[in-house]
Design a protein around this ligand. Structure first.
Ligand code: FMN
Length: 199
């Protein structure tokens, strides 16, 4: 099959989300100006810079919402802060619960029965018991096609000591990250293998 987006009738959503896999999931907590803690998963998520540390997530435009913004996007635009929680196996079900469409006056933390742990440098809390979380200040929010790309500078990092090796570095074998495939398919990180890079 060949697809030319210029003449293609349908959406490329399934093609892109079915082949750009597995995608890490940024589980984004924000706090609205009214003080409601919001939590939602975004698999259009990644790290984009290490010096300074910057991560991104991409909320798609939502027709019918003011400026097409999801609650996460609106909260970030208004408060310029968010926290990215790394989704691990034990939180997969709760993460899915938080993708429910709730009124912006309701908190997904409460909906999914999740506790909050106060952040150190930003207002939005992280998920209680999460292994890794990044506190972020808004770097830029830019409209890109049918989404916004939100980039945030990491201003504080929380890592469970159980993730660390004897040198204090993250041991990737200890990170039970969950990735998004397409539709209702997810991927646990298994079958890790090694390859040394050529010089
Ligand atoms: C695993 C997973 C990944 C998702 N990734 C995205 C994404 O990258 N962009 C997006 O706009 N919506 C994504 N969604 C849908 C949002 O999480 C969902 O619409 C949510 O209600 C948005 O919440 P908010 O309005 O509180 O920000 C994803 C849902 C799931 C379950």
């Amino acid at each position: 099959m060949e697809i030319d987006p210029a003449t293609h009738d349908g959406s490329l959503y399934r093609t892109l989300t079915g082949t750009v896999i597995p995608r890490p999931i940024g589980w984004v907590s924000t706090t609205s100006p009214e003080g409601i803690d919001n939590l939602a998963p975004y698999s259009f998520f990644n790290a984009v810079s290490t010096e300074p540390p910057i991560v991104m997530f991409a909320p798609g435009l939502r027709p019918g919402r003011p400026e097409g913004l999801t609650d996460s996007a609106r909260n970030v635009e208004e408060t310029e802060e968010f926290v990215v929680n790394v989704v691990t196996g034990e939180f997969a079900g709760a993460m899915n619960e938080t993708s429910a469409t709730l009124a912006s006056t309701d908190s997904e933390f409460d909906h999914a029965g999740l506790g909050r742990t106060a952040s150190t440098k930003v207002d939005p809390p992280r998920v209680e018991g999460i292994d890794a979380a990044y506190e972020c200040e808004l770097h830029e929010m830019r409209r890109v096609g049918g989404s916004h790309v939100v980039t945030g500078e990491v201003v504080y990092v929380h890592l469970d000591d159980a993730l660390l090796d004897s040198e204090g570095k993250v041991d990737v074998n200890e990170v039970d990250a969950v990735g998004r495939l397409a539709g209702s398919y997810y991927d646990a990180v298994g079958n890790r293998f090694r390859m040394e890079r050529p010089d």
